[in-house]
Design a protein around this ligand. Structure first.
Ligand SMILES: Cc1cc2nc3c(=O)[nH]c(=O)nc-3n(C[C@H](O)[C@H](O)[C@H](O)COP(=O)(O)OP(=O)(O)OC[C@H]3O[C@@H](n4cnc5c(N)ncnc54)[C@H](O)[C@@H]3O)c2cc1C
Length: 472
């Protein structure tokens, strides 16, 4: 069946679900998107807190996120205004005992070489170790035959303790949200390939000026509706079943008038692994897949928002911080939101990746420790007592990106049913780009017709619609 004849249900309206829906609708499929929450965006969404629009967590993108950037353009968001583009950098506040590493606007590989030569806070042996690492990693094709932990990789390449502490440790936490002792060297190398080892523009760091909802998911919803698609918010898919003719979805939610059932030619499951495993549980042929999905482990991320006087300005839009959990210093990066979005003047966002130890503290205690850390890192700015604060902790922010982790393919082996999400097979960790790439691969399977055999007979879209009914 060709795409225009297909009715496709996309379950989950995170970035993967939105991306799959956009791609399918663009190619003429009749798409219905179900999202359990009241907003689109999933783990990268806008939230309302005390009348402010914040993100559920501060995000950062890379110039290498090609699919994400081109999809934003497709739905009418201009990345050049929606994102602040900064050169690859790891900059600690002056006098903090950190380092200052920033890539100049030179073609690769000179941007990294010159950054290394100019870097302050690193000794000669640190710079030589970093240079050796990049050369060897490039020579290996940024991949090991046998995956090991990032710590083992760094030890193998004799990286100095200072370089590990100031560069590799924060980079690994930021990119993989998994501590180096438990993080996959191969996934880390893939990220480095596209940053340290890439063309300069690919290595750029892109920080959202818009809230995460406006950055893509809301525009994706509008695009979908303009193409004749349907977006159901507050609509939780409860179960999935297969008839000879179609996939049947049972969903619930006020916006659906209570309980709802409908038939579709194909289904994209763009829900996180645990929910996907639960939806697949009734299918004996998906037993191994469901077990694989249920085996994923997760890492939290906490973002601490602190409001100061609107006149406050950090020396940079974002800085690395020295994290020392044993000394109650948990923050790894501080973002000055006011330098990115004028409506957020004086608002700082401090990110704590792999936030297990920090998440054990209550909101007030964590805020106090983060404010004290900022006050020490930026003396003279008076950051010890914010006028307002909020910690947002995402307990299952990303899957734990461990060595040799088996991630499922998009195809399920069940006709007409594909998976999409940041966790499916790919060389990137859980990121917006992996979610988008996965979604495009899932959509391509359906569009190729690889998913069209959901039914033996021919259920036209009209018939699919007729099968959709409200059962109150
Ligand atoms: C705090 C934080 C910081 C991060 N920082 C970065 C970063 O700096 N850079 C980066 O690239 N990535 C970052 N990430 C990771 C990135 O946000 C995720 O990889 C990405 O958003 C995952 O998208 P997804 O669509 O695969 O999954 P999700 O966003 O989890 O989407 C799944 C959707 O399915 C919905 N759903 C679940 N069950 C049902 C059901 N039964 N019926 C209907 N809907 C259902 C959920 O509500 C959700 O909206 C961060 C994540 C967090 C949480």
């Amino acid at each position: 069946m060709s795409a225009p004849d297909q009715s496709v249900a996309v379950v989950g309206g995170g970035w993967a679900g939105c991306a799959a829906a956009v791609e399918l609708a663009r190619r003429g499929a009749k798409v219905t998107l179900f999202e359990a929450a009241r907003t689109l965006g999933g783990r990268a969404r806008a939230v309302e807190v005390n009348g402010r629009t914040l993100d559920n967590g501060q995000h950062i993108l890379l110039g290498a996120y090609k699919q994400t950037l081109s999809l934003m353009k497709r739905v009418g968001v201009d990345p050049s205004t929606a994102l602040a583009r900064l050169p690859l950098q790891m900059r600690y506040p002056d006098g903090s005992g950190g380092m200052d590493f920033i890539a100049p606007r030179l073609p690769a590989p000179f941007h990294v070489i010159v950054a290394l030569l100019r870097a302050t806070g690193l000794a000669r042996e640190d710079k030589l170790a970093l240079g050796r690492f990049s050369t060897a990693a490039k020579w290996m094709g940024w991949r090991l035959d046998l995956d090991v932990s990032v710590s083992t990789l760094l030890a193998r390449f004799e990286q100095t303790p200072r370089l590990v502490r100031l560069m590799w440790h924060p980079l690994c936490l930021a990119a993989l949200n998994t501590p180096p002792e438990r993080a996959s060297a191969n996934v880390f190398l893939a990220v480095l390939r596209d940053s340290l080892g890439a063309k300069r523009a690919a290595s750029d760091m892109l920080i959202p000026r818009l809230d995460l909802g406006a950055l893509f998911p809301q525009a994706a919803g509008r695009y979908l509706e303009a193409k004749g698609g349907i977006v159901h918010l507050g609509a939780k898919v409860e179960s999935l079943s297969r008839t000879d003719h179609a996939w049947e979805i049972a969903a619930s939610g006020q916006s659906l008038g209570g309980a709802w059932r409908g038939g579709f030619d194909a289904v994209v499951l763009a829900t996180p692994p645990a929910q996907t495993g639960a939806l697949l549980a009734p299918f004996p042929e998906a037993e191994a897949l469901a077990a694989q999905l249920n085996a994923f482990e997760y890492e939290p991320i906490a973002t601490c928002y602190l409001q100061y006087d609107p006149g406050l300005r950090l020396p940079l839009p974002f800085c690395a911080l020295l994290d020392e959990p044993d000394a109650q210093r948990f923050g790894q990066f501080a973002f000055d939101r006011g330098q990115l979005d004028a409506t957020q003047a004086g608002l700082l966002a401090v990110v704590i990746s792999a936030a297990g130890p920090a998440a054990a503290l209550d909101q007030d205690s964590l805020t106090r420790t983060v404010a004290a850390q900022l006050d020490a890192a930026f003396p003279g700015l008076g950051l010890a007592a914010p006028s307002w604060s909020r910690v947002i902790t995402e307990k299952r922010a990303t899957f734990a990106c461990t060595p040799g982790l088996a991630r499922p393919e998009n195809a399920t082996g069940m006709p007409g049913l594909v998976l999409a999400g940041d966790y499916t097979a790919g060389d990137y960790p859980a990121t917006l780009e992996s979610a988008v790439r996965s979604a495009q691969a899932a959509a391509a399977i359906i569009l190729r017709g690889g998913a069209s055999s959901a039914k033996n007979g021919s259920l036209s879209h009209a018939a699919g619609k007729a099968a959709s009914e409200s059962v109150r």
